[in-house]
Design a protein around this ligand. Structure first.
Ligand code: KG4
Ligand code: ZN
Length: 375
């Protein structure tokens, strides 16, 4: 049972072959970080154009590495959404063409369900092949999403909470821009924080006893803290007023750090990282206890964060599953793993499959989703 999967929902062009929904035969990712770096964030049109040129070489490499000829493939899977429309369209169209030419079923995958099933992936030489036990609490933390789920069993998802504004990865990316640390922000803040101490106690949005998250106030607190340093330092340096910081990017938070040479960037990065991680850990641990989970999974790009991994490991008395680093950030192996479930549910797509930039859990066919409505 081999699935070839394609993922182009954001800024990674990816293809993979996965056997039985778990064993990764190949996993090829062409990152666009260098392309978007100078803009301080993803530029959607550039992303979709790059997918067009990158996808065929990536697909070829995925098939060659897996050494799986077309006749040994059982299905073609693709990310249907959520994501950037122009980026999704490239993958959807390519998957349709391959499925049509090779006469294979076409499996549509929700990107977030892909992140969940990254926890089922195994490299071919893996020795521990145990699966996460249900019910499981799953924290999805990426550049576009922050969701806390209770997964009762395959295909039954309870959305305990989600972000009300910025996603955790977005908070890292915006924080890094404010500190002048570059893109992507998560790894940059983590690196900077290693050389600093959390000197500032930034606000945490606990939002009562809800499992929801909010990070926009934190970003504003960082911005204010940086402004204080700028106010203290800028006029005294040359006696002249500092040049106005002209944003070099379409992102207004980008203020070049050279206007505040004494700003303790490493300490601010450590304080900021501490505040994001604190809330993620507290809510996940509480959910695991209150919901009587048998394990906890963390997935998505922010799951690569070392402090988050360390803290969760220390605070949980349950098995903690975090995918290997290459499966935390966007990749196609996780799409193949989720496609295996889509196939089991009998939810193959027709030729009218379209990209779905907004794709809520509740729209997943063949799945039971329990949503909690809040005031
Ligand atoms: O899952 P992903 O690759 O793409 C989306 O689906 O969004 O996640 C990318 C996000 C970015 O916001 C990036 O800053 C964040 O994951 N990230 C990290 C780390 N590595 C990547 N955040 C915190 N610490 C990291 N080490
Ligand atoms: Zn993602």
């Amino acid at each position: 049972m081999n699935i070839l999967a394609i993922e182009t929902s954001c800024d990674e062009t990816a293809a993979a072959v996965v056997q039985h929904g778990r064993i990764v035969r190949s996993n090829i990712v062409a990152s666009q970080i260098a392309l978007h770096e100078k803009y301080g964030g993803i530029v959607p049109e550039l992303a979709s154009r790059r997918h067009i040129t990158a996808l065929v070489p990536v697909l070829r490499e995925a098939l060659e590495t897996a050494q799986t000829p077309p006749e040994d493939l059982d299905a073609i899977a693709v990310t249907e959404g959520p994501g950037l429309a122009g980026s999704l369209l490239v993958g959807v169209n390519a998957a349709k063409a391959i499925a049509l030419a090779w006469r294979k079923p076409l499996l549509p995958v929700n990107h977030l369900e892909g992140h969940v099933y990254a926890n089922w992936l195994l490299s071919p030489d893996a020795t521990d092949t145990s699966e996460p036990a249900f019910p499981a609490v799953c924290l999805i933390v990426s550049g576009g999403h922050t969701e806390l789920l209770l997964i009762h069993k395959h295909g039954v998802y309870e959305v305990l909470g989600r972000t009300l504004d910025d996603a955790a990865g977005e908070a890292f990316d915006k924080g890094a821009r404010i500190l002048g640390l570059g893109y992507p922000g998560g790894p940059a803040i983590q690196r900077a924080a290693e050389g600093g101490r959390p000197i500032e106690h930034f606000p945490r949005a606990w939002l009562g006893d809800s499992y929801d998250f909010s990070f926009s106030g934190l970003k504003t607190a960082l911005l204010r803290a940086c402004e204080q340093y700028r106010k203290q330092e800028a006029p005294s340096r040359s006696g002249r007023k500092p040049k106005k910081a002209t944003p070099a990017t379409p992102f207004p938070e980008h203020i070049p750090p050279q206007y505040s040479p004494n700003m303790p960037v490493a300490d601010l990065a450590a304080s900021y990282q501490e505040a994001v991680v604190d809330v993620l850990v507290e809510k996940t641990v509480r959910a695991a206890l209150e919901q009587h989970a048998r394990c906890v999974m963390v997935t998505g790009g922010v799951a690569a964060n070392a402090l988050l991994r360390r803290r969760l490991g220390a605070k949980l008395n349950l098995p903690l599953h975090i995918p290997e680093m290459q499966y935390c950030t966007d990749n196609a192996a996780m799409i193949a793993a989720a496609a295996y479930q889509v196939m089991r549910r009998g939810a193959a797509a027709g030729w009218d499959l379209d990209a779905r930039p907004q794709f809520p859990w509740s729209a997943l066919p063949g799945v039971r989703v329990i949503e909690h409505t809040r005031a």
